[in-house]
Design a protein around this ligand. Sequence first.
Ligand code: CDT
Length: 312
Amino acid sequence: MAGKHVLAVGQLGPIHLKDTKADAVDRMIALLRSAAGKGAEWIVFPELALTTFFPRYIYDTPADYDRFYEENLPSAAMKPLFDEALRLGVGFYLGFAEKIVEDGETKRYNTSVLVEGTGGIIGKYRKVHLPGTIEPVKKANFEHLEKRYFDVGNLGFNTFASPIGKIGMCICNDRRWPETFRVMALQGAEIFMLGYNTPTLNIHHHEPAHLREFHHRLSLESAAYQNGAWVLSAAKCGAEDGFAMIGGSSIVAPTGETVVRASGEDDEVIAYECDLDLGTYIRKSVFDFARHRRIEHYGLITSTTGVLDSDE
Ligand code: CDT
């Protein structure tokens, strides 16, 4: 796809435990309208955008945590957002917790969906790189229990044709892994979309707050440049019931430059006129895969998970 498209990111400030899904959807509808007012054709919303980031809490039974999940697409909670996007003709990316029965077994995924401006669902993604633990680590007054509440995504990294170009999706922690983006770039991705909930404090490893933000930015800028694609990232951020998460929602050009960045930690729309030809230029020059990749030397990437002969 060639040419310019105004694309937007709808950052969400905190969603507290007491807030309803209807509250969250009302806020996203306001962001959607604001994006449409800026001429945007598409808007990216955060990961798990309908609720608070519930994997920070310890729940023991589905009866305690099932209220955070959606069982249909669109679910009743999401439907007003779908309706308004259709009315405005704006496409969107939305992250949510998905509960589904597959082969007679109940599965739960950290999922995102792509909906185009004519209302059709054009793609779905289920998070592959789930961070955190199954059991609480009790290192702070919150946890990161995504491995407890979600199954590993089973849809792979795909790309989806859309009126604004070929879109690849991922979710939060996926952005730290270069394989995520390269697999989608090899399918012709021109735009990467992702949402995130990144706690300011890393409870697993020492990572000062300034590095938390830097690593987020570094991951997106390198993904954009090394794959010649635009990156749109949407945070849910600020302090949810006192638990802080980073902001920094951004749009990154295929040159690796962040061209626009959210200024605060509350609901905010950022938008930019994205020139897809810029990505084509990068993909036809320094990152012309067909001319320069040397796959005979990359075998370990898919044949080995950890470091060979490692004592660790
Ligand atoms: N939501 C999510 O994936 N957050 C992770 C936190 C990792 S630290 C346990 C992230 O990569 O931002």
